[in-house]
Every structure is written in C-alpha cells, then in structure tokens.
Design a protein around this ligand. Structure first.
Ligand code: 0L1
Ligand code: MG
Length: 261
C-alpha cells in the first residue's frame, strides 16, 4: 500500500464507521497528494456502487475562511450517496459531528471540459437552487490543515438541494437565512460567495481543467457557503431561505433526527 492508498482507506473507513481520526502529522503529504487521496477515497465509494454527481467548492466566502482558519479555495467530489431529500428527515447517525451551511447549487446544461470565462459561464448552467451542505470532518474536533481537509473531500458529507429555477437575476445579492426551528442562526448574502455565486462556475471550470477532469451535463456544482456553518442537533427543523419576493430562489429544508454516532 502507498501513502495515498493508506490515507484514503483510513478516511473512507472513518466516514463509514462514523469514527473521527487524528489529523495526519504536519507535512505528511503535499496539497497535490491530498487531492490524490481525495480521489482515492471517493473511489472506495464508487466501488460500493455510488455514482459521481458533481463537485463542491469550499472556502469561497470570508465567513468560512475565518471560521476554519484557512484562506484557499478548495474543492471536492459529490456522489449520489451524499444526497439527502429536500423536506425529508436527515439521520444524524450517518455522520460523526455534522454541521450545516447555506449554499447555492447549480445544475449544468452542457459538459464543462475546459476553462470558462465569466461571460461564457451562464451558457453552461441549466438551473439554480437553494441548497445546504452537511459538512462532517472525519478529523477529531473538526480540526485540520489545508492538506488534511482536501484529503478528506473538503469535509463534504451530505447535501440537500431545493427546487430548481432559472432565477439567476436573484443571485447577485440575495439575503440568505439559515433557520433552526424558525429562528435565524446565520444570516448573510449570496454576495459572500465569491462576490457573485456564478463565479463559482468559472472557478470550477479552472479547477477541473487543472486536474485534467471534466464535468458532464446534468452535474451539480455546490458553489460554497454564504455564512459560517452551524452544528446540527437532533429534532431541529433546518431551513435555508434565499432572497425574497420576485428576487427569491425559494427555500430548502429538512428535519435532523437521531444522534450523531
Ligand atoms: O466551505 C466549505 O464547504 C469548506 C468545507 C471544508 C472545511 C470545513 O469543514 O468547514
Ligand atoms: Mg460548503
């Protein structure tokens, strides 16, 4: 076994055994190797029958960078096994110490197989939806280095996507409210996501190109969080609302149930 395979197997079994592991020793692997570990750990999921559905961007907002003490844009891979139902019940027993953050999700209309300019990006997008990402670091106490978190698929664990629309005009500076039982726990704006969430398409295209990868039509792109993340607790109704009135993307919700392992 190689360093890459060992680390990938460790992270994969931490996720599936719902048991946090220690951070890797400092400089145990490079950032490039961390992305190799991420791919190798996702390959474990694929070998169990999961299907790749898209990508997520991380640390696209100052709020997230400050919360986690890291200031680089990062990205990970999404599979169908991570998708939770809008309006459904999320079993916290599937996670270690889950947190939720409000996001915007894009659905691609055309394959992205090269770097896009901001002028081109809109042509590649079929629809947009309000979304929430459930992040769940596989490291003890949610503490990690940049390399650690990249290897851990950027903490991605679950996602909930609301109804699709073509309300792109609502995207630039829409209010974002993350609510627990109807009470605001995080408030922000879509502007916090790279200044305009559509920029995540450009960034995604560049990152994919740099990794020699492409994204088929019909893929999901999670643009990144608009606010810091909140720890999930059992019994809480969680809702993310984006925009108001005619400049609204709508809302997405779930009920958290059961206990984190
Ligand atoms: O913004 C993000 O989705 C980054 C996730 C990775 C770091 C974290 O666990 O907050
Ligand atoms: Mg996120």
């Amino acid at each position: 076994m190689s360093l890459i395979d060992d680390a990938a197997a460790l992270l994969d079994s931490a996720a599936f055994g719902r048991e946090a592991i220690e951070q890797f020793p400092a400089e145990h692997f490079t950032l490039a190797q961390a992305y190799d570990i991420q791919r190798a750990s996702i390959a474990h999921r694929i070998s169990r029958g999961e299907v790749l559905k898209g990508i997520k961007l991380g640390f696209t907002s100052r709020a997230k960078m400050v919360q986690m003490g890291i200031d680089s844009l990062i990205w990970g891979l999404l599979t169908d096994g991570m998708i939770e139902e809008d309006g459904g019940v999320v079993d916290l027993g599937r996670y270690i110490h889950p947190r939720v953050e409000p996001e915007v999700c894009f659905l691609t209309r055309r394959a992205i197989d090269g770097p896009l300019t901001s002028l081109e990006a809109a042509d590649f997008i079929e629809a947009v939806a309000p979304a929430m990402e459930i992040i769940d670091s596989r490291y003890r106490n949610f503490r990690f280095s940049l390399e650690d978190v990249v290897a851990d698929n950027c903490s991605s664990a679950g996602l909930v996507v609301g109804s699709w629309s073509r309300s792109f005009e609502a995207l630039g500076n829409a209010g974002v409210r993350l609510q627990f039982d109807g009470r605001d726990v995080q408030v922000g704006s879509t502007r916090a996501i790279l200044g305009q969430p559509m920029r995540s398409i450009v960034q995604a295209s560049r990152l994919l190109h740099g990794a020699g990868m492409s994204l088929p039509a019909g893929s999901l792109i999670m643009a990144g969080a608009a606010t810091a993340a909140e720890a999930l607790q059992s019994g809480v109704h969680v809702e993310c609302r984006i925009g108001t009135g005619s400049a609204s993307l709508g809302s997405v919700a779930f009920v958290a149930s059961g206990g984190a392992a």
